[in-house]
Design a protein around this ligand. Sequence first.
Ligand code: PGA
Length: 253
Amino acid sequence: MSGLKLIVGNWKMNGSLAHKDLAQEIIAGVKELGAENVEAAICPPFTILGLIGAVCQGTKVEFGAQDCHFENSGAHTGDISSVMIKELEAKYVILGHSERRANHNETSELVAKKAKAAIANGLKPIICVGETEAQRLSGSAIEVVLKQVEESLPQDCKDSEIVIAYEPVWAIGTGRVASVDDIDEMHNAIRAKLSTIFSSSQIIPLLYGGSVNAGNSAEILKISNVDGALVGGASLKAPDFLQIIKSAKNIVG
Ligand code: PGA
């Protein structure tokens, strides 16, 4: 762990031109908090990525996209490449979110291809992994997640080039959060796995995601090997998102 906490807002398929106000509120709040030990980022949908990105320029709030294609350009109707995202000066791209794995049949192999392209074009992929409820109940959560980690990482990537987000599928958007013990166990297992792949795995931020909110963030962010959070629903409300950032600030500050 670097000591820096990373709090990323995943707006999913939410956001209109009016959400410029939300971004501005978040930016103003982050400035006021002056949390030098926290990095905040927001990931709006593609239609407003340029707009929100322009609002974030020169501020303490980074921004990113929610997906990208593995090719740089070409005949891929409806897709967006990492080159296009980088042109807007985004820093991050979320890849392999469970909603994409489930709704678009994305495999870990595909996620690795996308991550490779993203890194090559100067973006930092936030690679998402997580077990379903059935997998947790059957006792295979750790095995499933470590396999996803291994297969979703592009070959030869460096530890400084990636972020990993552990998001139990059953905790996303449900209000059900994994227990502190389960998060602790999973993050330790992921860190141990990464140390078999990278020489300095400690610098890879490991985020937890799944119903993180203003009320539970302090407890979650305190867990060792939790370097931040990937926040869905609560990132659409500025006071809630800012409270999560404040929790992170208080832990490391
Ligand atoms: P949630 O979503 O915070 O609404 O559960 C998290 C995510 O899907 O990244």
